[in-house]
Design a protein around this ligand. Structure first.
Ligand code: ADP
Ligand code: AMP
Length: 217
């Protein structure tokens, strides 16, 4: 199944992605994770991407579309994928349609997780993540059992550099409204959109997602 996880930053896409991958076995393709890995490895692309990420802006389309095209052509994506954080612009959505068309594939399902803006700010500023297994926690809403340590793999948890300043967080929400939210209609017109109430607890959100995937909740 070819799935897109949509929703504003902080909606819970990464949190749900870990559960969806466990449930379905499809690979998690997160452009944010790919850029963070490139930053951590100090590659030229990572150094370029970091300037945009730290300013709460989008990395230019040509860079982003290029890395996704390469990733989706890899063997492990042949039986499906879970795209998270892509597409984020009309140009990216149209490019994705072309990439999938060339591979003889299409988007099967778009899960749009909805959460009000003020909740998103609280979620992002309290987010801590595991750079190793990509598990996501929150200092208040979803704390790990042992402070600063990942429950799943034992690695040290980190705060993302783009989550520390409220201005950067707000900028990302503005960019989402302007550039990404129109894609909800784009996929609505394609008849593949399912809206999920992301204000519920993590497990209830996952139950709604499982229902959309046609699996028993
Ligand atoms: P996204 O990938 O959409 O940016 P994340 O999955 O990283 O969002 O979640 C953002 C923050 O919100 C994290 O700190 C996470 O622990 C927390 N969070 C995710 N889902 C929920 C939920 N259903 N209820 C409360 N907090 C949540
Ligand atoms: P995320 O992990 O999805 O919140 O993404 C973190 C940051 O990476 C974003 O704020 C952007 O700077 C960059 N990024 C991730 N995905 C994209 C994308 N599809 N297009 C442009 N920039 C992206």
């Amino acid at each position: 199944m070819n799935i897109i996880l949509m929703g504003p930053p902080g909606a819970g896409k990464g949190t749900q992605a870990v559960l969806i991958v466990e449930e379905t076995g499809v690979p998690h393709v997160s452009t944010g994770d790919m850029f963070r890995e490139a930053v951590a490895n100090g590659t030229p692309m990572g150094m370029e991407a970091k300037k945009y990420m730290d300013a709460g802006q989008l990395v230019p389309d040509e860079v982003t579309i290029g890395i996704v095209a390469e990733r989706l052509a890899q063997a492990d994506c042949a039986r499906g994928f879970l795209l998270d954080g892509f597409p984020r612009t009309q140009r990216q959505a149209e490019a994705l349609d072309r990439i999938l068309h060339d591979l003889g594939r299409k988007v099967d399902l778009v899960l749009n997780i909805e959460v009000p803006t003020e909740v998103l700010v609280q979620r992002m500023t309290g987010r801590i993540t595991c750079p190793n297994c990509k598990s996501v926690y929150h200092l208040v809403f979803q704390p790990p059992q042992q402070q600063g340590v990942c429950d799943r793999c034992g690695h040290a948890l980190q705060q993302r550099s783009d989550d520390t300043a409220v201005e950067t967080v707000r900028k990302r929400l503005e960019v989402y409204e302007a550039e990404t939210s129109p894609l909800v209609d784009y996929y609505g017109r394609q008849g593949v959109l399912v809206t999920i109430d992301g204000q519920q607890g993590r497990d209830q959100v996952f139950s709604a997602i499982k229902a959309a995937l046609g699996r028993n909740a």
